[in-house]
Ligand binder design. Structure first.
Ligand code: SAJ
Length: 452
């Protein structure tokens, strides 16, 4: 064996022993909906854990045992925060004491107030986090990227930053891999550890070490041949959803003209026991993943002189749904033409049912478009007490029991939270536009209720 191989073997053995006897020190950079559950998973597995976040409010909240993630309880955070083996930091200097450093920072799109404009990746947060840790990276460490990004990010964006200041050789002195997050917000059907974990290392040694580590956290770890495969697999998972949601949204618009019930069509197609997964039309696509990640793939294709016409068109259809809803709402209200300012009540403003998360929620685009069209807009959401629109307007949720439905020309169901009393709404509202078909799914059908 060459001296290099001996060195790698020794480093690998040292890390493997730290994994096996749980003496490894795991650093998690970015304590959001991905990083915070990982802090808890690593603590549960018995590791020493350091959490790092640039937001001092988050760090202080965690130190006080308080959660800011809807899927993580205060009890879970308190158990972790009061344990001597866990610490939370704003600065990154402690990274040098970690054996594993997992990067879970956001990779959003560049902000645009126009929901129908084309968007580009915003890599600034990831680049800044990597530059930050590169100061403290040392021999023998393992760096894992979990932040979603386009193929080649780990190899061509992250690795050069890590090596330029450290003179370390990847796969020899330190190890780097990509492993996509697969968090499922608001879902209790899949516990984090039960969701299979993909791992693609820069070298085989990188893949081996990271796989061995994740096997102490996740039930199933799947090795792939490169970081690019792991990066692209994540984008494929979410592009699959974006395209199929775009497909049913387009169908909903066509079925409106054809006078065919799209909801019945979907259930009929779903009677096929194989080769079909149902998606539902809606007010558009929100959340941190589905409207965002596929555009990293679309952008990467364009950067390489190629196109992803399906993703682009699906994204365009989904982003156009709020405008389509406005046209539909105008038709519904013209039908009940009464003078004066039209008042509408939005039910549910989060991006999907039963999560207190408004990121990329189409409710905001809908409210802004309604307001600029002269409507008086109120909202009710049991999980969100107030919202701030892009233009700075602050809205406070109505109290369900105090809503006077007679004063609204139209009630629009945007998010179908399961806790809402839809029967009360259906009995008291003058007219309802149910973009989720939740009323019919609850057996509530009436002439004053319309849907997509
Ligand atoms: N939506 C529709 N019609 C559908 C499904 C979703 O309009 O048939 C809308 C939702 O209302 C929401 C958006 O699309 O606004 C995204 O919904 P989602 O069900 O995909 O939920 P997310 O964004 O929380 O997606 C996450 C993803 N998880 C990861 O990326 C790690 C996704 O891969 C999961 O499949 C999804 O959770 C899930 O199944 O809950």
């Amino acid at each position: 064996m060459t001296s290099e191989n001996v060195q790698v073997a020794r480093l690998g053995q040292l890390l493997e022993s730290k994994i096996n006897n749980r003496t490894a020190h795991v650093g998690i950079v970015g304590l959001g909906y991905v990083g915070l559950p990982l802090v808890i998973s690593n603590w549960t597995a018995g590791y020493q854990v350091s959490g790092f976040d640039i937001d001092p409010i988050k760090v202080e909240s965690l130190k006080r045992g308080k959660s800011y993630i809807s899927d993580i309880t205060n009890t879970q955070v308190a158990a972790v925060a009061h344990d001597r083996s866990v610490s939370f930091h704003c600065g990154l200097e402690h990274v040098s004491t970690c054996d594993f450093v997992i990067i879970c920072v956001p990779t959003p799109l560049k902000h645009s107030t126009d929901p129908e404009s084309s968007l580009e990746p915003d890599m600034s947060i990831l680049r800044s986090a990597i530059a930050g840790i590169s100061t403290y990276i040392r021999r023998g460490q393992v760096v894992i990227i979990e932040s979603t990004s386009y193929p080649g990010t780990t190899r061509r964006e992250v690795l050069p930053i890590l090596t330029e200041n450290s003179n370390l050789n990847v796969g020899i002195d330190f190890f780097v891999a990509f492993s996509p997050e697969r968090i499922n917000p608001g879902s209790d059907s899949y516990e984090l550890k039960s969701i299979p974990k993909l791992v693609g290392g820069i070298t085989n040694e990188c893949t081996q070490l990271v796989t061995g580590y994740y096997r102490t956290i996740f039930d199933q770890v799947i090795k792939v041949s490169s970081p690019e495969v792991a990066e692209l697999a994540k984008l494929v998972e979410n592009s699959y959803r974006l395209v199929n949601i775009g497909f049913v949204n387009e169908l909903a618009i066509l079925c409106e003209d054809w006078g065919i019930d799209i909801w019945e069509v979907i259930e009929a197609a779903d009677s096929k026991p194989f080769g079909f997964q149902k998606f539902y039309p809606g007010p558009g696509v929100g959340g941190h993943c589905i409207p965002v990640d596929p555009l990293y793939l679309s952008w990467f294709a364009k950067e390489t002189g190629l196109t992803t016409s399906l993703i682009d068109r699906a994204s365009e259809i989904n982003r156009g749904m709020p405008s389509y809803l406005i046209r539909k709402i105008n038709k519904l209200l013209d039908a009940s033409a009464t003078g004066g300012t039209k008042r509408v009540l939005i039910i549910g403003v989060t991006y999907k049912a039963d999560v207190a998360d408004c990121r990329e929620s189409t409710a905001f685009h809908l409210i802004e478009k309604l307001s600029t069209s002269g409507f008086q807009v109120d909202y009710f959401d049991p999980l969100v007490t107030e919202i701030i629109l892009d233009n700075g307007t602050r809205l406070v949720s109505e109290k369900f029991e105090l809503i006077d439905y007679r004063t609204y020309d139209l009630v629009i169901i945007h998010t179908d939270h399961s806790s809402i009393n839809y029967l009360t709404i259906s009995e008291r509202a003058n007219a309802i536009f149910d973009t989720r078909n939740i009323l019919r799914r609850r057996g509530i059908v009436a002439s004053h209720i319309s849907t997509l």
